[in-house]
Design a binder for this molecule. Structure first.
Ligand SMILES: O=C(O)CCC(=O)C(=O)O
Ligand SMILES: [Fe+2]
Length: 220
């Protein structure tokens, strides 16, 4: 079963992107960098601006990380907020790996992406150096993220969006202020993609109006 859960945040929060010098990505050092995504980690379309923070997150980001845990707890009757580490539901129903949910801090790695209209991100599986359990906070502009199973033929604009055999594409509508949690099969066996080229952002038959979009990706 593919486990991707969308939760609407109780109130919209604003995310301030950390500032920093251009820096190469390194882990566990509490360092930050802002640069254009020309790092070749993605072969095609990607946001023109991104900021990364590895190691201790700044206070504003830790606050959001704590809120993500609270939301997971509130939305999952199988989790007992008073009894950390105990899970009473069916494990596959938990929106987040329940063994990781009690980490302190829950997340310690953050990527903030800024997309201009028309910019998206090509189909990919997030790097294996990150643990299971990824949280995406979406701000400013709605968009549709599509999930396709790893190994399925890719469909793109070049062949009129068609592929043989037909590709199963699962759309997830990300509104400003929503939280999407990706774990388990959805994290490892499905690719995710946001195609914001004209004609591709359709939800309920309507093309979405595109503005700048900001996303905050929290990783363990
Ligand atoms: O912007 C998003 O919502 C997703 C970005 C993403 O998948 C990534 O940076 O790996
Ligand atoms: Fe990703």
């Amino acid at each position: 079963m593919m486990k991707c859960t969308k939760i609407d945040l109780p109130q919209q929060r604003s995310i301030k992107t950390p500032t920093g010098n251009k820096s190469k990505r390194s882990e566990g050092c509490g360092c930050a960098g802002i640069f254009s995504r020309l790092d070749n980690s993605l072969p095609c379309s990607s946001p023109s601006k991104m900021a990364m923070r590895f190691g201790n997150l700044p206070a504003w980001a830790s606050e959001i990380s704590d809120s993500i845990r609270e939301l997971v707890l509130l939305n999952d009757p199988g989790l007992d907020p008073m009894n950390s580490g105990t899970y009473y539901g069916a494990e596959e129903e938990c929106a987040f790996p329940s063994d990781l949910l009690w980490r302190e801090p829950l997340f310690d790695q953050l990527i903030v992406n800024a997309y201009q209209p028309g910019e998206g991100i090509c189909a990919h599986v997030d790097l294996m150096r990150f643990e299971d359990g990824i949280a995406i906070v979406s701000l400013e502009s709605s968009c549709v993220m599509h999930f396709t199973k790893v190994g399925q033929p890719h469909c793109d604009a070049a062949n009129g969006g068609k592929s043989h055999p037909p590709t199963t594409r699962i759309p997830v509508y990300m509104t400003p202020g929503s939280l999407v949690l990706i774990s388990g099969e959805a994290r490892y066996s499905w690719k995710h993609e946001i195609n914001r080229k004209p004609g591709f952002q359709i939800w309920e038959g309507q093309e979405l109006n595109q503005r700048r979009r900001i996303s905050g990706l929290y990783f363990i």
